[in-house]
Design a protein around this ligand. Structure first.
Ligand code: GLN
Length: 288
């Protein structure tokens, strides 16, 4: 990098991002990379466009740009992602929270509000903790988080402490296997992509943990099958199992849940108009 002013360096970033066809939003990303390197927000970058960056800031910017040109997702570079109005810390240890997952949160919140007493909730495959911690923030009481990955639990712990001001109970293990009790709501965005879908994802998504994406089995539903089965012994009377999935899996998941005794099984649409969440209630007669 020869140029040294904010304006020149931002233009350099923009051009590099465009030339490498990295993103559909190169302007935005050039600005965010500049912001990360200099702590100058959008307005400051305009007001101080002729200011010169220090050598340290230039080196940082260069390093950030290199990462983006290598298709590292912006969220990992910036180390944060907004979800349901809050900023979550994220890095390569966890899946990046998706706007579509907010519908999973909404579905759990709506069900929680129908209960007379505060429901006991567990977020399975918590990753960054975005689902469980958001529920905890919105409802005003603690939610339990579980994940197979120690590394993911480290990230969810960081987020719980920063967003709630205290740690949440973290369980390490496969789905509900470490759980010692029953819950009123089991909510999960489990891995559900098939191997083929995983192989087709964009370069950005390939940088995310495969463990958080691939659901195993030909139809990607092995994790979800395990979760449905385990839920039978971990749901309270009239408790709900609420899961995110791909719209192509909805009918099969509904069938599996009904086969196992769930009632009121239904799908909920995401912002793109696709069925994204399946949920149902395990009636009292079944497990009380
Ligand atoms: N619960 C987290 C999310 O929704 C992580 C999901 C996962 O790892 N499959 O982003």
């Amino acid at each position: 990098m020869v140029a040294k002013s904010v304006q020149e360096l931002k233009a350099y970033c923009l051009k590099s991002l465009q030339e490498h066809e990295i993103t559909d939003t190169p302007d935005l990303e050039a600005r965010l990379l500049m912001q990360k390197a200099t702590q100058m927000d959008q307005l400051q970058q305009i007001l101080h466009s002729d200011d010169l960056l220090t050598q340290e800031q230039i080196d940082t910017l260069h390093h950030l740009l290199e990462q983006r040109l290598a298709s590292i997702p912006m969220a990992y570079i910036l180390k944060e992602k907004e979800f349901y109005g809050r900023t979550f810390f994220v890095d390569q240890r966890v899946l990046i929270p998706r706007p579509d997952t907010e519908i999973l949160v909404e579905t759990a919140l709506n069900f929680a509000k129908t209960r007379e007493t505060p429901p006991n909730i567990i977020d399975v495959c918590t990753g960054s903790g975005c689902v469980g911690i958001t529920l905890s923030c919105e409802l005003g009481y603690d939610v339990t988080l579980s994940d197979l990955s120690d590394e993911a639990l480290q990230v969810s712990d960081i987020n719980a402490r920063s967003l709630l001001g205290h740690p949440l109970i973290l369980l390490k293990g496969n789905m509900l296997s470490p759980a010692q009790q029953k819950y009123d709501i089991i909510v999960s965005n489990p891995p559900y992509l098939t191997k083929a879908w995983c192989d087709e994802v964009s370069l950005d998504v390939q940088k995310e943990p495969r463990l958080a994406l691939e659901g195993f089995g030909e139809d990607g539903l092995d994790c979800i099958r395990t979760l449905i089965q385990q839920s039978l012994s971990h749901l309270q009377c009239d408790g709900a199992l609420i899961m995110e999935c791909d719209y192509r899996q909805v009918e099969e998941i509904k069938r599996l849940m009904i086969e196992k005794g769930f009632a009121k099984v239904e799908a909920v649409f995401d912002l793109a108009g696709l069925e994204r969440v399946v949920w149902g209630i395990l009636p009292c007669t079944n497990n009380c």
